[in-house]
Design a protein around this ligand. Structure first.
Ligand code: BDR
Ligand code: CA
Length: 313
């Protein structure tokens, strides 16, 4: 096999984060250097614990998990228990993790890891608010030229927002961090709501996970059944959007996605549109392109990949 692609996952699990982590753990093309956790869907004490629960579910207690920022850079933390449940991972009954949390702060670990690798070797996969990445950039700007690319779930444009009419959750929670990241010069691949709202956890797709007949398969089905109920009611759809696994699927099969290179700027001032990703899709400004913004997904192929890979665990 060709050399495995080195990744850092930065995440706030979250059921959809959990499925993204499982997809990465199931994929031999990827080498997960570690998992950094951040406050987001639920407070940090829960997201770091949830990340460890998922590693153990996959039989991978060897993957180091680090805890990072307890709150956004400027604003107070906003969480999403109404979507993810009190624990952030409601649904299956997963045991408390036995693997330890790493002692090092996630931001220190991200900086050390990037500086210890050649430029262009490590990809950052971000599934939550961008606080850890922005703090790392502020602390050690030299990391910007080390990162191969950031593949992120965040933002929305044609679909609007999901926490306010204008803003998507990950960007809304820490718009100042997102602003630092989008201005960093690091190549960015962005999976906005415009993509993830086309990747729905229909009942047939959840049944396919359950029918794997494995512990991972049934836990995934239970997580997704819990996770989708909020969005089904909100959008009137069969299934909820499976946001975060789009990031990992892009690394494995980029041809599942299509989009265009354009400028993305983050609203940090307006109360009405705070956290909006202002995407110059039609290139009506001369602001330079800073992100490959995805808009479409082959959702059948995406779920085929997910079921096949999770079946390996
Ligand atoms: C994003 O917000 C979180 O609730 C999900 O895990 C996903 O990363 C979707 O807006
Ligand atoms: Ca997330």
């Amino acid at each position: 096999m060709a050399q495995r692609r080195k990744i850092i996952i930065d995440t706030d699990p979250g059921q959809d984060d959990a499925v993204a982590i499982l997809l990465a753990l199931a994929s031999p093309e990827l080498e997960i250097l570690g998992i950094a956790t951040v406050a987001g869907n639920v407070p940090l004490a829960l997201t770091e614990k949830n990340a460890r629960k998922i590693c153990e579910l996959a039989g991978r207690p060897d993957v180091p998990v680090y805890a990072g920022a307890v709150r956004p850079m400027v604003n107070d933390l906003v969480t999403a228990e109404h979507v993810h449940g009190k624990t952030g991972l409601d649904g299956p009954d997963l045991p408390d993790p036995r693997m330890p949390l790493q002692a090092k702060h996630a931001v220190d670990w991200i900086i050390e890891t990037l500086m210890a690798h050649e430029a262009g070797e490590v990809t950052l996969c971000t599934l939550g608010p961008l606080t850890n990445i922005a703090l790392a950039l502020v602390r050690e700007p030299a990391i910007a030229s080390r990162v191969r690319e950031i593949v992120m779930m965040g933002g929305g444009f044609f679909e609007g927002g999901n926490v306010t009419p204008a803003a998507e959750f990950n960007i809304y929670v820490d718009p100042h961090a997102a602003d630092v990241v989008f201005r960093s010069g690091i190549p960015i691949v962005m999976m906005p709501l415009d993509v993830t709202h086309k990747a729905l956890t229909t009942s047939a797709r959840i049944a396919a996970f359950r029918n794997l007949g494995t512990h991972v398969g049934s836990a995934t089905a239970e997580m997704l059944e819990f996770f989708e109920r909020f969005d089904e009611e909100k959008y009137g759809s069969d299934g909820g959007p499976l946001h975060d696994p789009c990031v990992i699927a892009y690394l494995l099969q980029p041809e599942l996605f299509s989009g265009r290179l354009c400028n993305v700027s983050i609203e940090t001032a307006s109360e009405l549109t705070l956290g909006m990703t202002v995407i110059d899709w039609w290139r009506v400004t001369d602001r330079p392109a800073n992100a490959h913004v995805m808009r479409d997904i082959d959702h059948e192929g995406f779920f085929r990949l997910l079921v096949e890979r999770l079946g390996r665990l």
